[in-house]
Every structure is written in structure tokens, then in C-alpha cells.
Ligand binder design. Structure first.
Ligand code: FAD
Ligand code: NAG
Ligand code: NAG
Ligand code: NAG
Ligand code: NAG
Length: 530
């Protein structure tokens, strides 16, 4: 008698498991049938379908996981991956998933900090864009078409192959994917001169909820506005963007100078914060702030500030600007490296500056477990505030803080021109950077907890009502829907932080073009409440 109960429980449990796996495989079977029925005979989709039974499934899934937190055995995996080889495969994936109301995740470079492009709490499949990465640079019109599956490194390399005086103002990390980066309002170290990626997009190919392939003219200005910074995944699948190339001088100058508290770093940061957003637009100076061992006092920690810069000009002019505006840094000729723009990309991403530039075609970065958050600063931080922040950082030892100055072109573009709202009046953006090297929930909770603590300490010094955040620094602490279906109220919580007043227009566009909310994820744009 005593042993019969556990047996009943066990067999009930396995029956449930069996039932749910039968349901999953039935869903998979009808979905695959639909994909095959909807694919064009000259572009068969079968080569693009990977189920967990396919020996390449794991390597395809892992090939674009960029946060090891989502490479754990307990991470929920897609029941299928479609590695689209042709636009018709995207169309088939949308039509079939909509028919069966299956959750789709769209992945280009996989750099989403919260893994939203390849993780889900409900059964789902991944539409992976990495095969669709053609880049067509036309120097005569100073434009390029770039498909979503390309990386920034591939784009920069292809531009530099054709021209020494053209570039593009995108992100600093070469392995980031064009699809997520452009759709989320990506920025880089030329934003003070040229604005964001989205300020330099002039057309797009886009596939909507009905599977229609549209360009700017046929999609209309509402969708075209929304997919330039609103997070394209709420609206459809972007196949390619057309961009304007920007003109850069043949010689640019970079420097990286480190100062600790013992070197009077606080004085320099204080000077920086009053001028960084007002410097000539050719000059961008990022601060990377972390905690290191003191070199003067044994067993003591100190704060180190790394001043990392790109100047679109020569070192002579740079030094004169720096001497006038940030004399406390005492920048000298020996700190400066004159180089080409494409090599400045290597320097900024810590690749030896004299490497072959085709290292930019390498799609795999070194991987860590990570958490990121963001903030905006609109008034200089009082000196006592800086000192308090340093003290807190030394207590916690992680995270690092990265300050990216705004102003220049960023302040000239209207905050409603694109969904990205953080324009005039923003001095700099803060990124909280926490990396670690052990798997498991305990380590993750520990490091995420430290990141939230520092974010809490920063409250007095950053934007309020709303506390603004950058969409491309995805942070699910800002709110998330838990049932796989977005409510308007849940969506508004993070939507206002990412988009401020532009959230309302995004909701209207969403309600018009995808009323059944097929294109959804944990932080997508909700439809209007009925
Ligand atoms: C190492 C590193 C460095 C970074 N540096 C910068 C930087 O310098 N500047 C900056 O602005 N950001 C930076 N980021 C953030 C980065 O811009 C975002 O994570 C961006 O969304 C990544 O794009 P992806 O295609 O690689 O990501 P994915 O994870 O593939 O996608 C991100 C989001 O976009 C959606 N999406 C992807 N492709 C499409 C598509 N074709 N159509 C519709 N929706 C799509 C996904 O569903 C997901 O919601 C960095 C991130 C990392 C990990
Ligand atoms: C991701 O997980 C798989 C399976 O556990 C493992 O084989 C692989 O090495 C992991 N990737 C990295 C970069 O750690
Ligand atoms: C730091 O500032 C103090 C006071 O202004 C000055 O005496 C000292 O020389 C400075 N140290 C460095 C390394 O510049
Ligand atoms: C910093 O100091 C600690 C001891 O206080 C030591 O264990 C550690 O290795 C040092 N780190 C570096 C990078 O030197
Ligand atoms: C400024 O830099 C020069 C070297 O270029 C050095 O000789 C001088 O001591 C520095 N001054 C300060 C105050 O650090």
C-alpha cells in the first residue's frame, strides 16, 4: 500500500510529460508541413529547418548566443529554428506561425542583452537571419543596402574596401547584428557629429504580418518611422536597410588615457562632465570607470577612469581643443595615434591597431555571463556626488560604468523625428556593465543584484519621471509581460522609459499594422486596449 502512491504520482507525471511532448511534436509537425507547403519550389525551405533531432541544431542555436546566461542547460530552447536562405522563407515562417498562433523570435546578431531574440518562456521557434547578410556599397550615390543578418564589422569592412573617406556612424562592437542594432536606434562614437544609425537610414525592405514584402514607399511613413528605433520586432521582420554613408577624413586620431583617483581623476571627470556635450562635434570622449588595486597603497582599491576617444581630425587640432577644454587631462602628443577610420574601429574594440582589417569579418566575440542597465544624466553631478559614487563602486567592486557624451547633432534632431527620444538636454548616457565567468543561478543572482544596487545608488543623479533607458541596452528589470501576451499597462511601464512621448505613436502604429499582436516579445509594443 505504502509504495503504490508514489508510483501513481510518477506515472501520472510521465503521462503528463508524454502528453506535452506529443502536443509539442504535433505542433512542430503541422508547422513544418505548412512551411514546406508555403515555400517556393526554386527556393526549398527544407535546408533551412533545424529541429532538436538535427545534429546541427545545437551549433546553429549557440552560434549567435552572446550572453552565456542563456546558454545554460536549463535555458528554454526553441522547438525549431528557421535559418532563412531567401525572403520567401521569412514570408512562409510568418504566415504559418500566424496561422497556428506560435510565438516567433527574430534573431540577427543575437546581442540582445536579455536574450529576447532566442529565449522565451512559452513554446517558440527562432527565425534566424544570419544567412541573409549581403552588403551592397554604392560609393557613387554614397549609399549602401545592408541585410539584417550582417554584422557591423562586415558593414564597416565592406565600406572601407570601396572608400577611404566614407564610413557609417554605428556601434563600436563589430559582432553586433545590423537587424537588432538599427531597429533599436544603435549609436556609436560618431553620434555627436552624425547622429544615430537611424538618423542615416533612407529606405528598408520589411515583411509584415501578412507576409508582404514592402519598401519605404509601400509600407508608408508610419512603419518606416517605427522600425528606426522602436524595436522592429514589434512590427515585422526587417530584411534590409538602405543607409547614407557619411564622409570621414582620411586621418582620424584616437587616444586611451587612464587616470586613477591618485592621479586626480575626479577633477578630470568633473571638467569632462561640464564640457563633453559642448565640445566640437568631431570629438567624442567616452569614460570607462572601474575599480582596480591601488598602485600606491597596498591592499587598497581605487577607481580608474579610462578616457577613450575618437577625433575626426589630426592630433594637432585635437591637442589644442583638449588643452583649451579639459586641461586637467594634460593630453600630450605621445598619447595620440593618428590612423584611418577603419583602424580606429579596431582600436576601440581592443584589437591591435595594425591587425589585418579583415578581422572585422569574424562574427564570434569572446563570451561572458552578463547584465546591463542604462541611465541618462541631464545635469552635472555635484563633486560630492562623484565622490559618493566612487565610494559605492569600491564597496561593490562591480559593475563598471561607461559614460557616453551626447550633444552636437544628437541635440539638433527633434525628439519625435524617430522613436529614440533622448535628444536635446541629455548630457550623457550611462551604461552599467557587469560581466562574470561562472554559470548557474546563484552567480547570476549575485552579480545582477550588485548591478541593481549601484543603479539604486545612482537615483539622485539621473533622469526622473520617467527614469529614461536605452532600448538597445535591453533590461527586463524595467518591466515585462509574464503571460506571453502583452497588456497595454505592462507595456507602458517600460515603453515610457525607452520611448517617452513617442510610446503613444508606437502603440498607434502597432495597433494599425499588427492588431492581433502576432509580433510580440517580453518587451514589445502593446496594442491599444479595446
Ligand atoms: C558586445 C556588445 C556591444 C554592443 N555595443 C553597442 C554599441 O556600441 N552601440 C549600441 O547602440 N548598442 C550596442 N550594443 C547593443 C546592441 O546594439 C543591441 O543588443 C542590438 O539589439 C543587437 O542587435 P543584434 O541583431 O545583434 O541582436 P538580436 O539579439 O538578434 O536582436 C535584438 C532585438 O532585435 C530584434 N530583431 C533582430 N533582427 C531583427 C529583424 N531583422 N527584424 C525585426 N526585429 C529584429 C530581435 O527580435 C530582438 O528583439 C552592444 C551589445 C553587445 C552584446
Ligand atoms: C554553450 O553550452 C554548450 C552546451 O552545454 C557548450 O557545449 C558550449 O561550450 C557553451 N558555449 C560556450 C561559449 O560556453
Ligand atoms: C592633484 O591635485 C593636487 C592639488 O591640486 C596637486 O597638488 C597634485 O600635484 C595633483 N596630482 C597629480 C598627479 O596631478
Ligand atoms: C589585487 O589585489 C589582490 C589582493 O589585495 C590580489 O589578490 C589581486 O590579484 C590583485 N589584482 C590585480 C589585477 O593585480
Ligand atoms: C603633463 O604631461 C607631461 C608629459 O607630456 C608631463 O611632463 C607633466 O608632468 C604632466 N603634468 C601633470 C600635471 O601631470
Amino acid at each position: 500500500m505504502g509504495i503504490s502512491r508514489p508510483i501513481v504520482v510518477v506515472s501520472l507525471f510521465s503521462a503528463l510529460l508524454l502528453l506535452s511532448s506529443m502536443a509539442a511534436s504535433a505542433m512542430e509537425e503541422t508547422f513544418v508541413e505548412c512551411l514546406l507547403d508555403n515555400s517556393h519550389p526554386s527556393h526549398p525551405i527544407s535546408d533551412a529547418i533545424f529541429t532538436p533531432r538535427n545534429p546541427s541544431y545545437s551549433s546553429v542555436l549557440q552560434s549567435s548566443i552572446r550572453n552565456l546566461r542563456f546558454n545554460e542547460t536549463f535555458t528554454l530552447k526553441p522547438f525549431l529554428i528557421v535559418t532563412a536562405l531567401h525572403p520567401s522563407h521569412i514570408q512562409a515562417a510568418i504566415v504559418c506561425a500566424k496561422r497556428d498562433d506560435i510565438q516567433m523570435k527574430i534573431r540577427s546578431g543575437g546581442h540582445d542583452y536579455e536574450g529576447l531574440s532566442y529565449v522565451s518562456a512559452v513554446p517558440f521557434f527562432v527565425l534566424d537571419m544570419f544567412n541573409l547578410r549581403d552588403i551592397d556599397v554604392d560609393v557613387s550615390t554614397e549609399t549602401a543596402w545592408v541585410q539584417s543578418g550582417a554584422t557591423l564589422g562586415e558593414l564597416y569592412y565592406r565600406i572601407s574596401e570601396k572608400s577611404k573617406v566614407h564610413g557609417f556612424p554605428g556601434g563600436v562592437c563589430p559582432t553586433v547584428g545590423v537587424g537588432g542594432h538599427f531597429g533599436g536606434g544603435g549609436y556609436g562614437n560618431m553620434m555627436r557629429k552624425f547622429g544615430l544609425t537611424v538618423d542615416n537610414i533612407v529606405d528598408a525592405y520589411f515583411i509584415d504580418v501578412h507576409g508582404r514584402l514592402l519598401d519605404r514607399k509601400s509600407m508608408g511613413e508610419d512603419i518606416f518611422w517605427a522600425i528606426r528605433g522602436g524595436g522592429a520586432a514589434s512590427f515585422g521582420v526587417v530584411l534590409a536597410y538602405k543607409i547614407n554613408l557619411i564622409r570621414i577624413p582620411e586621418t582620424v586620431t584616437v587616444f586611451r588615457v587612464e587616470k586613477t583617483l591618485e592621479d586626480n581623476a575626479t577633477d578630470i571627470v568633473d571638467q569632462w562632465q561640464h564640457v563633453a556635450s559642448k565640445l566640437p562635434n568631431d570629438l567624442f570622449i567616452r569614460l570607462v570607470i572601474d575599480v582596480v588595486n591601488s598602485s600606491t597603497q597596498a591592499n587598497r582599491k581605487t577607481v580608474r577612469v579610462t578616457f577613450l576617444s575618437l577625433f575626426l581630425g589630426d592630433s594637432k587640432r585635437l591637442i589644442s581643443i583638449m588643452t583649451e577644454n579639459i586641461p586637467t587631462l594634460n593630453l600630450s602628443q605621445s598619447d595620440c595615434i593618428e590612423t584611418t577610420w577603419i583602424r580606429s574601429v579596431l582600436f576601440w574594440t581592443n584589437i591591435a591597431i595594425d591587425s589585418q582589417t579583415d578581422v572585422l569579418l569574424n562574427r564570434t566575440p569572446s563570451l561572458v555571463y552578463l547584465k546591463r542597465k542604462s541611465d541618462y544624466v541631464k545635469e552635472p553631478i555635484p563633486r560630492a556626488g562623484l565622490e559618493l559614487i566612487w565610494q559605492r563602486m569600491i564597496e561593490l567592486q562591480v559593475p563598471q560604468l561607461v559614460f557616453n557624451p551626447y550633444g552636437g547633432k544628437m541635440a539638433e534632431i527633434a525628439s519625435t523625428a524617430t522613436p529614440f527620444p533622448h535628444r536635446a538636454g541629455h548630457l550623457w548616457k550611462i551604461q552599467y556593465v557587469t560581466n562574470w565567468n561562472q554559470g548557474g543561478v546563484e552567480a547570476a543572482n549575485h552579480y545582477i543584484g550588485l548591478t541593481r544596487k549601484l543603479y539604486g545608488y545612482m537615483t539622485p543623479f539621473v533622469s526622473k519621471n520617467p527614469r529614461e533607458a536605452f532600448l538597445n541596452y535591453r533590461d527586463i528589470d524595467l518591466g515585462v509581460n509574464h503571460n506571453g501576451r502583452l497588456s497595454y499597462v505592462e507595456g507602458r511601464a517600460y515603453g515610457i522609459k525607452y520611448f517617452k512621448g513617442n510610446f503613444n505613436r508606437l502603440v498607434h502604429v502597432k495597433t494599425k499594422v499588427d492588431p492581433s499582436n502576432f509580433f510580440r516579445n517580453e518587451q514589445s509594443i502593446p496594442t491599444l486596449p479595446h
